[in-house]
Ligand binder design. Structure first.
Ligand code: PGA
Length: 250
């Protein structure tokens, strides 16, 4: 019932020419993956060039961030309407790098999420604990707090468009992945909280991605977990062969 969703977060990598090369490589090797959904989230600067290449293909376009306002004096910001205009269907909100490096908190992320949904973008909401939070036994309470803050005011009817990515901060870009069992246990806890916030029917339909050093050699085990419905992939999404192998998880 939950179609697995594999998304590549390219972060601040790839010029336009490099982005086009990567998409060409992905399209050439993809085949016809009817039982899974694929998204790439290039930097803003490559969206316009990639949009026509991806139209009508099996790969959807996503953005890495969005500002909640539609237009105005917000220097450097990109609105959801602009992203829709470029053919984006998804947008990442609340990535830990936005939280840690750019100081974003749950209240702003909540506004981004509402604005994305209002304007027809499906948000991929990222949550996850830091290493000290995990080591001190607070991982679950941190993640629950982020979910409650970021989902404030979201209606159960909007749940079909929502994706939640559990990304333990200590696993991002480190090569250190959560064990499939630890990831599954957090995903089950997340689904439980989603049921409390949005109702159990909505919670059972929301796709939960795992993110944090997902690679070709660990994706199969992660995806075999009952509450892991996809992956949000950073480093391994930057090369066609590794991302294709992840997309082709078994
Ligand atoms: P990583 O990044 O796969 O390079 O760990 C994941 C992410 O930040 O979404």
């Amino acid at each position: 019932m939950r179609v697995p969703l594999i998304a590549g977060n390219w972060k601040m990598y790839k010029t336009v020419a490099e982005a086009v090369d990567l998409v060409d490589g992905l399209l050439a090797g993809l085949g016809n993956p009817s039982d899974r959904e694929i998204v790439v989230c290039p930097p803003f600067t490559a969206l316009h060039a990639l949009s026509p290449l991806l139209r009508g293909t099996e790969i959807h376009l996503g953005a890495q961030d969005v500002y909640p306002e539609v237009q105005g004096a917000f220097t450097g910001a990109i609105s959801p309407v602009m992203l829709r205009d470029l053919g984006c269907q998804y947008v990442i909100v609340g990535h830990s790098e936005r939280r840690q490096i750019f100081g974003e908190g749950d209240a702003l992320i909540n506004r981004k999420l509402h604005s994305a949904m209002t304007h027809g973008l499906r948000p991929i909401l990222c949550v996850g604990e830091t290493k000290p939070e995990r080591d001190s036994g607070r991982a679950e309470s941190v993640v629950v707090g982020q979910l409650r803050g970021c989902l404030e005011g979201v209606a159960a009817s909007a749940a079909a468009d929502l994706v939640v990515a559990y990304e333990p901060v200590w696993a991002i870009g480190t090569g250190d992945t959560a064990t499939p069992a630890d990831a599954q246990s957090m995903h089950a806890a997340i689904r439980q909280v989603l049921a409390e916030i949005l109702g159990s029917e909505a919670a059972s339909s929301i796709r939960l991605q795992y993110g944090g050093s997902v690679k070709p050699d660990n994706v199969d085990e992660l995806m075999a977990q009952p509450d892991i419905d996809g992956a949000l992939v950073g480093g391994a999404s930057l090369k066609a062969d590794s991302f294709l192998r992840i997309v082709q998880f078994r």
